[in-house]
Design a protein around this ligand. Structure first.
Ligand SMILES: NC(=O)c1ccc[n+]([C@@H]2O[C@H](COP(=O)([O-])OP(=O)(O)OC[C@H]3O[C@@H](n4cnc5c(N)ncnc54)[C@H](OP(=O)(O)O)[C@@H]3O)[C@@H](O)[C@H]2O)c1
Length: 370
């Protein structure tokens, strides 16, 4: 179970609208401190949410990527082309030493060498480095209410695919190179627009496209965060120079699994019939794996790591983290799924949930019991 969940986080991690750059909006904010921000990435899942918030914040945003993913996004922004997989030479277009930035946002890597190279090029050209990490860095989730001082995974060697440790190694590069000027953000499961993860493509998809679904009759805590909320928080960190580590998990108020499912059903006005089944039946008789095969469900009473969905976000809330209303997140996530606004990473579709055939089998067995 433990490794499967880490594999799941790994797959989540790898897995990600119209540019808001109309001149009028931009100029209205120009009067406030408009910072020059370089976004490394910016066009898959979390990147667009960050870029949109920075533009709303009145900042001048430049994107650095290969110009392959979602090329249609942000047509009015300055885009510098480069391939970070090519090492230092991949940054040749960033070669103009006179060009510098108030803040650099490094959105996507899990390979510490990519971060090392970026830092090598940008160290003297920025005063604030923001890195998107993950709660995957934590050594375990046994404790409830884990804050940012919780122990991280141990290890020194980068291993392709070992997402959890790799993110720790990336964090260490940033800490070493920008000792007083870094912000490390550790999101939990990110949902919302452009999400290729299980919330839209599995949980909401089934709610809207099946006549009946199975669900554990349980209200164990769930945690997730809307990409929009991370985008807004990045803007807060940029505008107010917030440094340090921040767990980014939501929702705004504690939510249980059943509340999450029922809230989504009501928001989407879905006629689906939910068959609430005993956890015992699902886990022991049907051999279903919570979290992996029932995304977002962790039965805390029996789980060796009950803290996974009970991580503290106090530090981030104190620093200004705010939350999108859950109903809005549900609507955006389903719309994004329906309009296929997400990019499926190779192999990610196999990772979470169960097949329709398997679900029908379990439902038949459940009905057969009563
Ligand atoms: N999904 C979750 O639930 C979750 C949870 C916790 C943390 N996270 C973290 O959240 C972040 C999500 O990242 P994202 O994919 O949404 O970021 P993104 O910045 O929106 O998209 C990835 C960007 O990287 C660029 N890129 C890819 N390969 C490149 C290369 N070789 N050289 C230069 N640029 C390259 C892509 O553009 P081109 O292809 O055009 O180059 C694209 O702009 C990750 O750090 C992940 O670990 C995710």
């Amino acid at each position: 179970m433990k490794n499967k969940r880490r594999e799941f986080i790994r797959n989540l991690g790898i897995s990600g609208i119209a540019a808001l750059s109309s001149p009028t909006v931009f100029s209205r904010f120009k009067s406030m401190s408009s910072l020059r921000v370089l976004v490394l990435g910016g066009t898959n899942f979390l990147g667009p949410a960050i870029v949109k918030s920075l533009l709303r914040g009145g900042h001048q945003v430049t994107l650095f990527n290969r110009g392959i993913t979602n090329r249609h996004l942000f047509p009015n922004l300055k885009k510098i082309k480069g391939d970070r997989e090519k090492g230092i030479s991949g940054y040749s277009n960033l070669g103009n030493p006179n060009e510098d930035w108030d803040v650099v946002i490094d959105v996507w890597p899990q390979n510490p060498q990519l971060v090392k190279d970026a830092v090598h090029i940008l160290k003297k050209r920025t005063t604030h480095y923001v890195f998107i990490s993950s709660i995957a860095v934590y050594a375990n989730y046994v404790k409830i209410g884990m804050d940012e001082s919780s122990p991280r995974r141990k290890g020194t060697n980068y291993e392709p695919g070992h997402y959890n440790l790799n993110k720790v190694l990336c964090e260490k590069v940033v800490e070493e190179e920008f000792p007083d000027n870094f912000t490390i953000l550790r999101p939990g499961a990110i949902v919302g627009d452009r999400d290729s993860g299980p919330f839209g493509t599995y949980v909401l998809n089934r709610l809207m496209n099946r006549t009946e679904i199975l669900a554990p009759n349980a209200n164990d805590p769930v945690q997730f965060i809307d990409a929009k909320d991370i985008g807004r928080f990045v803007n807060t960190c940029v505008a107010h120079s917030k440094k340090g580590y921040y767990n980014l998990v939501g929702p705004a108020t504690k939510m249980g699994y059943k509340e999450m499912i029922v809230g989504a059903k009501e928001t989407l006005k879905s006629p689906v019939k939910i068959l609430w089944m005993d956890a015992e039946f699902l886990i022991t008789e049907m051999k279903l794996e919570p979290f992996m095969q029932v995304p977002f469900w962790i039965p805390v009473a029996s789980d060796p790591e009950p803290g996974f969905h009970q991580i503290s976000n106090e530090n981030a809330i104190k620093a200004g983290l705010t939350f999108t209303d859950y109903r809005e997140t549900v609507k955006t996530s389903y719309e994004s799924f329906k309009e296929k606004r997400f990019i499926l990473e190779e192999g990610s579709e196999l990772v979470f949930g169960i097949s329709a055939k398997r679900e029908n089998e379990i439902i038949a067995k459940w009905k057969g019991r009563s």
